[in-house]
Design a protein around this ligand. Structure first.
Ligand SMILES: Cc1cc2nc3c(=O)[nH]c(=O)nc-3n(C[C@H](O)[C@H](O)[C@H](O)COP(=O)(O)O)c2cc1C
Length: 368
């Protein structure tokens, strides 16, 4: 019960709730949302090299798992990536900055997967300007496998407490090629405080908290029906739902004991962080945001390969009035004047991640 309540409530503040409970047996087995996670097993099973690459690309990290992508195949070797503008987070991502970072993760993962299959990808970003399609891509034979591609199916965002274990300097130095890595205890302390304070703002601001609650998929049926958003599943959580202990109402009500317990749990998780990774860009246009996403994806694959965990904690980077002070603090601490902090993530040693739901590739293909 204690574990399940911890997990049940750990979603407050955004993110996917892991369904792992250690439970085995009939009920547990029947609660797995198999259809929602099937795209992970279908990756790489297509004949058309474009579909093959896309089947991996759609496993990329993206904000609130909205999966804001659509693809049109062009001729025999081309494709157009389009942003699905019905997928947005107007409260916490009012400028769609994070949405475009997620699209950058998608493009990088597509290119890596194509390379691993022997195809080179030529990407043209925003061929009709920033308001048009996100990219055109042409796949031709001759690509080279990047070692990072080997980690695609093991990657996940690890939203759990991390071990009290330092990130070795040798690994931090390697990751520095992709991001700023903070391991200095005084700096890590400050960043912990910042991420906790910023997360409290998001959680206690009713409209931003409600945005997350509205995206919750509660239980296997909801997750399979809508394999996106914040998935709350597994036998223990579903048991709590059936018992009426876990509901959207409780998660929207700061006075409920569930909400209060969730605050403690999330606070403890954010506290259990030995290091941080930060991606900044000089500019902040759509191309910069795509570049930041590409770098984040590479970073997440690199950490996966090293046995390290990574978890975006984006609250302090969000552009809404209540967050202004923390946004300014994050930028003052983490970026040169005028640059933008695009991603901030917890880094350390956490448990293995579970596969998160995805819409099948076929639902993301649109007609010419
Ligand atoms: C731009 C961006 C911002 C994100 N911000 C957060 C965040 O603030 N909190 C969080 O728990 N997860 C965050 N995530 C992680 C997503 O929730 C996660 O990628 C998505 O649910 C899919 O899960 P997966 O990465 O494990 O495949 C973010 C991801 C991206 C790309």
């Amino acid at each position: 019960m204690a574990l399940s309540r911890r997990k049940a409530l750990a979603l407050i503040g955004g993110g996917t709730l892991l369904a792992a409970t250690g439970a085995v047996g009939g009920f547990a087995a029947t609660r797995t949302p198999n259809s929602a996670i099937r795209p992970w097993s279908l990756a790489g099973q297509y004949d058309d090299p474009r579909l093959n690459a896309l089947s991996y690309a759609l496993l990329a990290p993206n904000p609130h798992n909205l999966q804001p992508w659509q693809v049109r195949l062009e001729g025999d070797t081309g494709l157009t990536l389009i942003r699905d503008s019905t997928k947005a987070l107007p409260e916490t991502d009012p400028l769609d900055r994070q949405i475009f970072i997620g699209l950058g993760c998608f493009i990088e993962q597509m290119e890596l997967a194509a390379g691993a299959a022997g195809y080179q990808t030529e990407v043209t970003l925003f061929p009709e300007g920033p308001d048009g399609p996100v990219a055109n891509a042409e796949l031709t034979r001759g690509g080279k496998a990047d070692p990072l591609a080997a980690h695609i199916l093991m990657r996940g965002s690890c939203k759990e407490p991390y071990e009290d274990r330092t990130v070795p300097a040798a690994l931090a130095n390697q990751l520095e090629l992709l991001a700023d890595i903070h391991t200095d205890p005084a700096m890590v302390d400050k960043l912990r405080r910042l991420t906790i304070d910023a997360w409290m703002v998001e959680t206690m601001t009713p409209r931003t908290m409600q945005e997350s609650v509205d995206l919750m998929r509660m239980g296997k049926t909801e997750i399979n029906t809508n394999p996106d958003g914040i998935d709350l599943g597994g036998p223990f959580l579903e048991g709590l739902m059936v018992a009426g202990l876990l509901s959207r109402e409780a998660l929207s009500d700061p006075d409920s004991s569930g909400f209060q317990q969730g605050l403690t749990i999330y606070h403890d998780m954010l506290t259990a962080t030995p290091a941080y990774a930060v991606v900044t860009t000089n500019g902040n246009n759509r191309t910069d945001q795509i570049a930041a996403g590409r770098r984040w994806l590479r970073l997440n694959l690199a950490t996966t390969g090293m046995g390290l965990s990574l978890h975006p904690v984006s609250q302090a980077l969000q552009e809404y009035p209540e967050m202004k002070e923390h946004y300014a603090q994050a930028h003052q601490m983490l970026a040169p004047e005028g640059h933008t902090v695009q991603m901030l993530g917890r880094l350390g040693y956490g448990p293995a991640t579970q596969r998160t739901p995805r819409w099948p590739l076929e639902t993301k293909l649109i007609d010419a």
